[in-house]
Design a protein around this ligand. Structure first.
Ligand SMILES: C[S@@+](CC[C@H](N)C(=O)[O-])C[C@H]1O[C@@H](n2cnc3c(N)ncnc32)[C@H](O)[C@@H]1O
Length: 277
């Protein structure tokens, strides 16, 4: 079955055919990839073969694996995702590392209040709720599917997090100040949509991907402008950037008189801007 899955995905020009075949077959059998390898000799039933075939056909039409299996790993934990919720990306894990390191070096003993603007699956807010020492965490998103996913993931992972539906900045300003603001805001120009892989363009939510037409820095500028009202005097914001956004991001921060520092991801792309007052 695994060989057939891989061969099918190769024919469909899926790059990681072996890995994805394993993930999809495991998902169809209701197993993790590890469990699948521990049961390689187990006979499969006709309904299981049908489920695996359905999953492979969906992937052949470019639907992302995470939407087919219903989950994606982020920072060592499984996050459930469904249509309408952005699939967590590995480069976003850098934000978690940066906040963890910053929080560890913090001298203040007051409770750390953290806000996640545009929480999606909850990958950032919930990972930080679990990784930091008793923080108060608030996650907001304008998409009902994202709010629902974050609440469900919080329950599954045992994370304590308040999750609110609404227009992010407005909501956060009414509840500010926070010690830390994290955000991975939409930063792709709608006119670049044609260049995105079909897996992303045709399946992931537009609200999560695209900045307003002609203004890829919309979210960063909004955060920069609101920052003095959003964070505490000693607080920080960590915002994920698009791969060509870093110079403009630094310029925006300088113009606003903020402290700013760029952090590279593993591919040496400046991926996160750290902002302070
Ligand atoms: C790039 S996704 C990031 C999701 C998640 N934080 C992650 O890193 O996987 C951006 C998120 O911002 C949300 N969003 C877009 N406009 C918003 C707004 N006006 N207020 C709140 N959230 C918004 C989208 O629904 C989406 O979930």
């Amino acid at each position: 079955m695994l060989d057939a899955a891989r061969a099918f995905l190769v024919r469909k020009e899926i790059e990681e055919a072996r890995l994805e075949g394993e993930l999809l077959v495991a998902g169809a059998l209701g197993l993790s990839r590890l469990e699948l390898f521990m049961q390689l000799e187990r006979p499969v039933t006709a309904p299981e073969v049908d489920a695996a075939r359905d999953a492979l056909v969906r992937r052949g039409r470019r639907e992302p694996v995470a939407y087919i299996t219903g989950s994606r790993e982020f920072y060592g934990r499984d996050f459930q995702v469904s249509a309408g919720v952005l699939i967590p990306r590995p480069e976003t894990e850098l934000l978690v590392d940066l906040v963890r390191d910053w929080a560890r070096g913090r001298e203040h003993s007051s409770p750390l209040r953290l806000a996640d603007l545009g929480c999606g699956s909850g990958c950032l807010a919930l990972t930080l709720a679990l990784e930091l020492e008793s923080p108060q965490v608030l996650a907001v998103d304008l998409a009902p599917a994202a709010v629902e996913a974050t609440r469900r993931n919080a329950e599954r992972l045992g994370a304590t997090c308040e999750v609110l539906l609404g227009d992010g900045l407005e909501l956060l300003l009414s509840l500010a100040p926070f010690t830390v603001l994290v955000s991975n805001p939409p930063y792709i120009e709608p006119k670049e949509a044609a260049e995105l892989p079909p897996d992303v363009r045709e399946f992931e939510p537009e609200l999560a991907l695209f900045a307003p037409e002609g203004d890829p820095d919309f979210w960063l500028r909004s955060i920069v402008e609101a920052l003095p009202r959003l964070i505490e005097a000693e607080g920080r914001a960590f915002v994920e950037l698009g791969w060509q956004q870093s110079e403009r991001a630094l310029e925006l921060a300088r113009e606003a008189g903020l402290q700013a520092r760029l952090h590279d991801d593993l591919a040496r792309i400046p991926r996160v801007i750290e902002l302070g007052l």
